[in-house]
Design a protein around this ligand. Structure first.
Ligand code: GUN
Ligand code: ZN
Length: 420
C-alpha cells in the first residue's frame, strides 16, 4: 500500500563515480516506510503527491561515528588527544551520572542531527547505564535511525568513570537485550570498549564475544595518534601490532567499526579488510586534534570500507557535509570527487553500518530515509533548476551545511525537530 509520494528533483548516488540526477522525479513510499519506486514523474500520474518542486531530494546523511555527551565540548582549543580527553572530555562525561543531564544533552544532540539532515548515526554514550538508556529513549522519540553504545572502560581511567569489568559487561548486555532491534530495527546496540588504553584484555574479549553472540555492533577507536599507539605498545607489549590486539581478542569482524585508523601499516589495513572490519573516517576531528590524516589511498588499496564520521566533540561540526569537504582537504595526492563524497556520506556510510540493503539511496525496497534540500539556504541567489548535476554535487560538498536542509525523513515520515 502506498502512503506517500514526493515530487522533486532527485539526486540518487548509485556508485562512487555517479549520482543519477532526475530533474522532475517522483518518489513513492509504501505503508511500511520502504521505497516503492523512484524515477521520472510519470506524465499520466493521477495520484496525490507532496509537491517539493524547486527542492532536491538526497538520501539521508549517515554519520558513522559521534559522541552524544561531547556535544558541548566542541572547539576547546589547545590539546592533543590524550590530554584533551583528560582536560575536557572525561569531566563532561562524568556529568552523565545524572540521567537528567543525559536527557538534556541527548535531546539537543538529536535535534541537531535532524537539522543537519543526518538520518542514521553510530553513537557513543558514556559508561553510565541509566544515561545510555535515556539516550535511547530520546533517540526513540526523535525518529532518527541509530545505534548507541554504553562506553566500556575498566583501567587507566578517572576514578568516577572506571568500571569493574564484570559490571561493565553485564550492564552492556542488559542494554543490548533491551534496545538492539527496538522500534522495528530502527534502534540497535553497539558494544563499545572505548579504546585499548582504557580497556583490559578481559573487557575487550568479553565485548567481542557479546557482540558476536547478539549480532549487535562493536565500536571502538584505533590508532588515532602516535602517542596513543606508543601507549598501547607499552600496555600490551605481547601483541606485534595494534590490529593484532583486536584480532586476538575477537573484536574484528563485519560489524566492527573502528574510528580513525590513521597510524597503521599496510599489513594492518589488509587484515582489517580480510575480516571485513570497517573504518569511521573523521577528518574534521583528525585535523582539530592534529592527530594526522587517514591515508585514504592506502586504505582503499587494501580494500577496507570506510564511511564519514563527525566525531563530535573532537569534530566541531554536526554536519556530514563538513566531513565530505574535509575528507578531500585533508588528503595530499588524493582527490575526492563530489559524486564520491555524496556516495560516502550515504551509501558508503550505510555499508559501514551493515545497512546497505536497508538505506543509503533511493533503490526500491530500501527505507525512504531522505532529505529535502533547499540550495537557496546556502545562497538565496541559487536557483536549483539552473544548476547542473556537477554544480549541485560541488555545492553540497564544498558549501553544504544545515541551512540547506529543509526537512529530513525516516521511513517516509518527516522528522519533527520539536519532538520534545
Ligand atoms: N579515543 C578514545 N576516546 C575518544 C574520544 O572520546 N574521542 C576521540 N576523538 N578519540 C578517542
Ligand atoms: Zn570518537
Amino acid at each position: 500500500m502506498k502512503t506517500g509520494a514526493f515530487r522533486a528533483r532527485i539526486m540518487n548516488p548509485v556508485s562512487p563515480e555517479r549520482a543519477d540526477d532526475i530533474a522532475d522525479g517522483l518518489l513513492e513510499v509504501g505503508g511500511d516506510g520502504r521505497i516503492i519506486s523512484c524515477g521520472p514523474f510519470p506524465k499520466d500520474f493521477r495520484g496525490k503527491f507532496e509537491d517539493l518542486r524547486g527542492k532536491l531530494l538526497i538520501p539521508g546523511l549517515v554519520d558513522v561515528h559521534s559522541h552524544i555527551p561531547q556535544l558541548d565540548c566542541r572547539g576547546k582549543h589547545g590539546a592533543t588527544l590524550l590530554s584533551w580527553l583528560d582536560r575536557y572530555i572525561f569531566p563532561a562525561e562524568r556529568a552523565f551520572a545524572d540521567p537528567a543531564v543525559a536527557v538534556d544533552v541527548a535531546t539537543r544532540f538529536f535535534k541537531k542531527l535532524i537539522i543537519n539532515g543526518t538520518t542514521t548515526s553510530g553513537l557513543y554514550s558514556t559508561v553510565h547505564e541509566e544515561a545510555t538508556d535515556r539516550c535511547f529513549e530520546v533517540a526513540r522519540a526523535s525518529g532518527v535511525r541509530c545505534f548507541i553504545g554504553k562506553v566500556m572502560m575498566d583501567m587507566h581511567s578517572p576514578a568516577e568513570l572506571v568500571e569493574k569489568t564484570g559490571e561493565s559487561l553485564a550492564a552492556s548486555e542488559r542494554l543490548c537485550a533491551k534496545w538492539h532491534g527496538a522500534e522495528g530495527g530502527r534502534l540497535r546496540y553497539a558494544f563499545t570498549p572505548r579504546f585499548a588504553p582504557t580497556c583490559s584484555e578481559e573487557l575487550m574479549r568479553g565485548a567481542g564475544k557479546l557482540a558476536r553472540e547478539s549480532g549487535a555492533y562493536l565500536q571502538s577507536h584505533i590508532a588515532e595518534t602516535k602517542a596513543e599507539n606508543e601507549r598501547v605498545r607499552e600496555l600490551f607489549p605481547r601483541y606485534p601490532d595494534y590490529v593484532a590486539l583486536f584480532e586476538a581478542l575477537g573484536c574484528l569482524g563485519p560489524k566492527t567499526i573502528l574510528a580513525h585508523a590513521i597510524h597503521l601499516t599496510d599489513d594492518e589495513y589488509r587484515r582489517m579488510a580480510e575480516s571485513e572490519t570497517k573504518i569511521a573516517h573523521c577528518p574534521t576531528s583528525n585535523f582539530f586534534l592534529k592527530s594526522g590524516w587517514m591515508p585514504a589511498a592506502r586504505v582503499e588499496a587494501a580494500g577496507v570500507a570506510y564511511g564519514l564520521g563527525t566525531d563530535v566533540g573532537a569534530g566541531t561540526s554536526m554536519s556530514v557535509f563538513t566531513e565530505m569537504r574535509h575528507a578531500d582537504y585533508t588528503q595530499l595526492g588524493f582527490s575526492l570527487s563530489p559524486a564520491k563524497a555524496l556516495w560516502l556520506a550515504t551509501v558508503g556510510g550505510a555499508r559501514v553500518l551493515s545497512m546497505e540493503k536497508e538505506i543509503g539511496n533511493f533503490e526500491a525496497g530500501k527505507f525512504a530515509d531522505f532529505c529535502a534540500v533547499d540550495t537557496a539556504g546556502i545562497d538565496p541567489a541559487y536557483r536549483l533548476s539552473e544548476l547542473s548535476t556537477d554544480e549541485v554535487l560541488s555545492l553540497l560538498m564544498y558549501r553544504g551545511d544545515g541551512r540547506a536542509i529543509e526537512a529530513a525523513y525516516v521511513g517516509g515520515k518527516k522528522l519533527d525537530v520539536d519532538f520534545r
